[in-house]
Design a protein around this ligand. Structure first.
Ligand code: COA
Length: 152
């Protein structure tokens, strides 16, 4: 587990643009995973669970609710993007969430995040928005859009 938190933090640092302030710190990740209702998956650059000393290339973190699972974070290191790892992580999320009894996936992202193409191709559709919900470190306000994806 500690090795995986190291891998998650390495991807987190590499993947999130600091101008948006979206990256979590280690304490937030440890706390989330300590609650027992959060789940994660780390994949290597080959799209597999990393072997002992192998680094992570991408990860997701999610939270289980009643018949729903919320995607909290999804990230892939810049050098491994565009190779389908994001899609593979979503596939694993759907599989895991389904085994935990979820009937739909939820996520919230800032409007205009290029990740939207990945989400909508996967089957997510918008269900709501929160005007000026996020505040960037420089004080800019950004809208949040909530998406859902039904699990058959
Ligand atoms: C979003 C993210 C995880 C996608 O990872 P990825 O491994 O590149 O995703 P995939 O290779 O599986 O992409 C699948 C499709 O999604 C689309 N897509 C994914 N990321 C995209 C981006 N940044 N810009 C444009 N299209 C993108 C493409 O249409 C792609 O299809 P293609 O392979 O035909 O080009 C990655 O860009 C990332 O870590 N971004 C920074 C963190 C972030 O914003 N996370 C999401 C919000 S929490």
């Amino acid at each position: 587990m500690n090795d995986d938190i190291d891998r998650i933090m390495a991807v987190m640092t590499a993947a999130f643009d600091p101008i948006y302030g979206e990256a979590w710190n280690r304490r937030q990740v440890e706390d989330a995973l300590g609650f027992g209702n959060c789940h994660y998956c780390v994949l290597s650059s080959q799209g597999q669970l990393p072997a002992d000393s192998e680094q992570g290339a991408g990860f997701f973190l999610s939270r289980t609710g009643y018949e729903e699972e919320e995607l909290l974070l999804l990230a892939v290191c810049p050098e491994y993007r565009g190779k389908g790892l994001g899609r593979m992580l979503l596939d694993r999320l759907r599989l895991g969430a389904s085994s935990r009894g979820a009937r739909r996936l939820l996520l919230e992202m800032r409007r205009g995040n290029p990740a939207e193409a990945l989400y909508t191709n996967f089957g997510f559709y918008p269900i709501g928005e929160r005007r000026e919900y996020y505040r960037t470190p420089s004080g800019r306000r950004l809208d949040a859009v909530t998406f859902a994806c039904d699990i058959a």
